[in-house]
Design a protein around this ligand. Structure first.
Ligand SMILES: [Zn+2]
Length: 221
């Protein structure tokens, strides 16, 4: 479980970051609220027989995008320029434009960039072909990884900055279940850079650690 041991670094002044101090989402009362059935992974994550190796991630990535978008939309009214001046989650996520220049933006703008850019990819027939005879491009895997990376950032932001609102809306079971599904899927197909995403290791450990073979799978990596 080495990859799960990364810790969020303390701020230079020695104080815990705000995100570390208010990890309400780690309280057992809330983390036990998710799907943990053993069959979950076997039924919804593993590539079903007879389904194309690219079709399965394509279809699931599209579904994750819609669900993460929906989940974020429930708290977006609280994700204002004042409340979330940056996409801060221990480390800040920065958005880069097409020319590779860093763009200064609020969390809301960042999520907007994420959703627009993912939507553009998902509806690009050259990347996610839907018509018979159209092939997946050679860059397909790296593009799916990019999408998963972006969606992970949105998850991290919701958990670290908007979990209280998610609780108040009674949507935390949905969030937890979606997160477990997403992480198990990403692990199964090696779609996330686990080191880069260590910021959420504590939650991933609690939510996915005991779920249907994630331990074993992670150890294999
Ligand atoms: Zn926010």
């Amino acid at each position: 479980m080495d990859w799960l041991m990364g810790k969020c670094k303390a701020k230079p002044n020695g104080r815990k970051s705000v995100a570390e101090e208010k990890k309400v989402y780690l309280e057992p009362e809330y983390t036990k609220a998710r799907v943990t059935d053993f069959a979950f992974k076997e039924l919804v994550v593993v590539l079903p027989r007879e389904i194309d190796l690219n079709e399965w991630p394509a279809s699931n990535t599209t579904t994750f995008f819609h669900h993460v978008n929906l989940q974020y939309s429930t708290i977006s009214e609280f994700c204002t320029g004042d409340a979330c001046q940056t996409m801060a989650v221990c480390n800040q996520y920065h958005w880069y434009d097409e020319r590779g220049r860093k763009v200064k933006c609020t969390a809301l703008q960042y999520v907007d960039f994420v959703m627009s850019s993912v939507q553009k990819l998902l509806t690009d027939e050259d990347v996610f072909p839907t018509k018979y005879g159209h092939e997946f491009p050679s860059s397909f895997e790296s593009l799916v990884k990019r999408i998963c990376r972006y969606l992970f950032h949105v998850f991290a932001h919701i958990y670290s900055e908007h979990f209280q609102e998610t609780l108040a809306l009674e949507l935390y079971v949905h969030l937890n279940t979606l997160y477990v599904h997403f992480i198990l899927f990403a692990c199964e197909f090696h779609l996330l850079d686990l080191k880069e995403n260590a910021v959420m290791d504590d939650l991933t450990e609690v939510l996915c650690g005991g779920a249907s073979g994630t331990h074993n799978h992670v150890k294999e990596r």
